[in-house]
Design a protein around this ligand. Structure first.
Ligand code: NAP
Length: 268
């Protein structure tokens, strides 16, 4: 994805603020027309007006609450049916703070609806459209917490582990069809998500917190490098490669016709 005009349309969810609004700016700068999805129409209109003025691209605003099945279906239909869409940024997400045993379980369910169900349905719709054409890019925004369930609310990190898993499976399925899938795993990034989830970024050490523009620029650089998984803050890609290789090495032994020897020692 290099900077030039007529790159097709990018549909970005969660585009009213934060990481999604920043993708809107950067993808417009690269010559993409945009379809912006979120709930807050006034904020979407503002993002749309800003990028139109800066880059002269076409922008459609498609308001939707992605936890509402009917509104989600409208976005899916657009993704399946619009042949000009070349990029999906599957970004809308929410977090919750706190322990499972004290949870407002309905809020957890809403989070799973947004972070898992809507991401899956939109990914499937884009995959069908792009797969037919033999080209397209799907960017799924996960989190480094996919790799660190001990650090934060485990249900949130579980939704992000799901997004990573889904992305890796999609790479296997869609790569041969010419469709690229990138999982982006941001660390702590300065956006509203912290306050929205009832937390705060104030307690975070400054060296752990990335500015949102830096995060999205790094994620797009990772996309340009051909990365399947991008961790914007990770200094050495060799560390990710070693982790991925260790996981792959388990492969031949994950399903066998006999239990492992250590489970047979106490038998009969
Ligand atoms: N910031 C971080 O530290 C961080 C780290 C790792 C991963 N992430 C991930 O990055 C993604 C973007 O997060 P962010 O930090 O940019 O958060 P944010 O500033 O809170 O923005 C979230 C976006 O999602 C939209 N959204 C929320 N609920 C929605 C719903 N029900 N239907 C449609 N849109 C909805 C919001 O717009 P409306 O309110 O207008 O609907 C907003 O545009 C999320 O998937 C998040 O999990 C963030």
């Amino acid at each position: 994805m290099n900077t030039k005009a007529n790159q097709g349309k990018a549909l970005i969810t969660g585009a009213s603020t934060g990481i999604g609004a920043t993708y809107a700016d950067r993808l417009a700068a690269r010559g993409h027309d945009l379809i912006l999805v979120a709930r807050d129409v006034a904020r979407l209109d503002k993002v749309a007006a800003d990028v139109k003025a800066k880059y002269g691209v076409q922008v459609d605003v498609l308001p939707a609450d992605l936890t509402n099945k009917y509104e989600l279906l409208r976005v899916e239909q657009r993704l399946r049916g619009d042949a000009d869409i070349t990029v999906l940024v599957n970004n809308a997400g929410m977090a919750v703070q706190g322990k499972l045993i004290e949870a407002d379980i309905d809020r957890y369910e809403t989070m799973i609806q947004l972070n898992v169900i809507s991401v899956t349905r939109l990914a499937a719709a884009a995959a069908a459209n792009f797969g037919k054409r033999g080209s397209g890019v799907i960017i799924n925004v996960a989190s480094v917490l996919a790799l660190a369930p001990e650090l934060f609310n485990g249900t949130y990190s579980g939704t992000k582990a799901y997004v990573l898993n889904l992305s890796q499976s999609m790479q296997t399925e869609l790569g041969p069809l010419g469709v690229r899938v990138q999982a982006v795993l941001p660390g702590a990034t300065r956006t509203e998500i912290w306050e929205r989830s009832g937390g705060s970024i104030e307690h975070l050490p400054a060296e752990m917190l990335m500015e949102v523009g830096d995060m999205v620029d790094a994620a797009l650089a990772g996309l340009d490098l051909g990365e399947a998984v991008t961790i914007p803050s990770l200094p050495e890609i060799a560390d990710w490669n070693a982790f991925a290789a260790a996981r792959q090495a388990l492969g031949p032994n994950l399903s066998r016709n006999k239990p492992a020897g250590r489970y047979l020692n106490n038998a009969g």
